[in-house]
Design a binder for this molecule. Structure first.
Ligand code: NDP
Ligand code: MG
Length: 365
């Protein structure tokens, strides 16, 4: 039995995590939950798990409340499912308090992968991946380190504009971009899936989680989202993990790891699916992947800069202030203009994040 705190219990991942807890009650007990603005749904969640402590993180001491939940003595595992950078402080607090963390929020490892992984090593706690691609790789690696790995291969649905002609990308509206073909997720990550910045963030996330150079993290488009990612070993053998596109599975595996337990998810019917397709990503038309390679190769605070600029650009796109292709342009310009800080500590990372946001806003204006 794992006692779990869910930070971001009212989001898409948080809701799936609550379903998992109901589905496997002998393995997962919810002891704490947070929300940000949705007090009504948090109250509803509190009725589902009456023993759990709850906190609303909005307001001036919001961060403090998240830290309190993340360090609750009775918790063994903290699931971080907050959108944006608000999960970083509670994640570090949980690690310092000796808790394992299950990471859905990719911002944490993108911004501060070196700091977070180093803290986890020092405290001897686990960083368990929830993002479906990294959870798949974690399952394929099955405890092996990456010395026997040639490449990690992240699969990517390609998003709603996989086949959209280059010239039409300019005219994509928020409404069009919010319609994802295979996954049902929060707004920010849905836009990121359309620009491929989601995959860009995941390349950097993989680099830190599995301690591997970004040049060995590859991406392949797989429109059905059934193969969640693959590992190619040095002997040429490739292992893949398959499953429905339902986040309950990776959440459950992070909670029950290293064991597997039955649940109520329907079995995968490959014959009914018929076919699984793969194609190369359109790297030139969707420059997010190459921007990730650039930021990941430069290292330091560059991934944090990329993440921050992208957050501002996505907000501006949703607000109708820039066009779809403007998202890539803003991120590329911010990445070019912010000076590079090697091996930054947390305060240098936060400073680079703030500077990138400010510059991105100025460019939007
Ligand atoms: P949602 O937007 O659906 O949910 C976000 C959650 O975070 C809500 O509980 C929200 O509370 C809370 N929240 C929002 N802003 C803040 C803040 N400033 N401080 C504290 N809490 C806040 O997002 P998702 O569930 O889709 O995604 C969460 C994270 O997981 C993201 O980093 C995303 O990239 C990652 N992820 C998501 C996947 C998915 O399938 N959805 C897949 C893989 C990764 P409230 O509702 O009360 O405002
Ligand atoms: Mg993912």
């Amino acid at each position: 039995m794992r006692n779990v705190v869910i930070l971001g219990a009212t989001g898409s991942i948080g809701r799936s995590a609550r379903k998992v807890a109901k589905d496997i009650p002998s393995r997962m007990r919810v002891v704490g939950m947070s929300a940000h603005s949705n007090a009504e749904e948090l109250a509803e969640a509190a009725r589902e798990f009456p023993e759990a402590r709850t906190a609303l993180s909005s307001g001036p001491d919001g961060g403090e409340r998240l830290v309190e939940l993340a360090t609750m003595p009775e918790a063994d595992l903290v699931l971080i499912a907050i959108v944006g950078t608000g999960g970083l402080r509670p994640a570090l607090a949980a690690i310092e308090a000796g808790k394992d963390i299950a990471v859905a929020s990719k911002e944490i490892l993108v911004m501060a992968g070196e700091v977070v992984m180093e803290a986890a090593r020092r405290r001897g706690v686990r960083v368990l991946p929830v993002d479906s691609e990294h959870n798949a790789i974690f399952q394929c690696l099955d405890g092996r380190d990456t010395s026997s790995v040639r490449r990690l291969i992240l699969t990517c649905s390609g998003g709603p504009f996989r086949q959209t002609p280059t010239a039409e990308l300019e005219t994509v509206t928020p409404k069009m971009a919010l319609r994802h073909p295979t996954w049902n997720m929060g707004k920010k990550i849905t836009i990121d899936s359309a620009t491929l910045f989601n995959k860009a963030l995941e390349m950097i996330e993989a680099r830190w989680l599995f301690d591997i150079g970004i040049e060995r993290v590859d991406v392949i488009v797989h429109p059905q989202s059934i193969v969640h990612s693959m590992v190619e070993f040095v002997d040429g053998s490739v292992l893949a993990q398959l499953g429905h596109s339902d986040m309950r599975l990776p959440i459950q595996y992070a909670v029950t790891w290293p064991e597997r337990v039955p649940n109520s998810l329907p079995p995968l019917d490959l014959a009914a699916l018929g076919r699984l397709e793969f194609e190369a990503p359109r790297r030139v038309d969707f420059p997010a992947l190459d921007l990730a390679v650039k930021a990941g190769t430069l290292g330091g605070a560059c991934p944090a800069v990329l993440n921050a600029a992208n957050e501002v650009a996505v907000e501006s796109f949703l607000a109708g202030r820039i066009g779809f292709t403007g998202i890539w342009r803003i991120v590329a310009q911010v990445l070019d203009q912010i000076p590079h800080t090697p091996h930054p500590d947390l305060s240098a990372i936060l400073a680079a994040d703030a500077e990138a946001r400010q510059l991105a806003r100025a460019l939007v204006d």
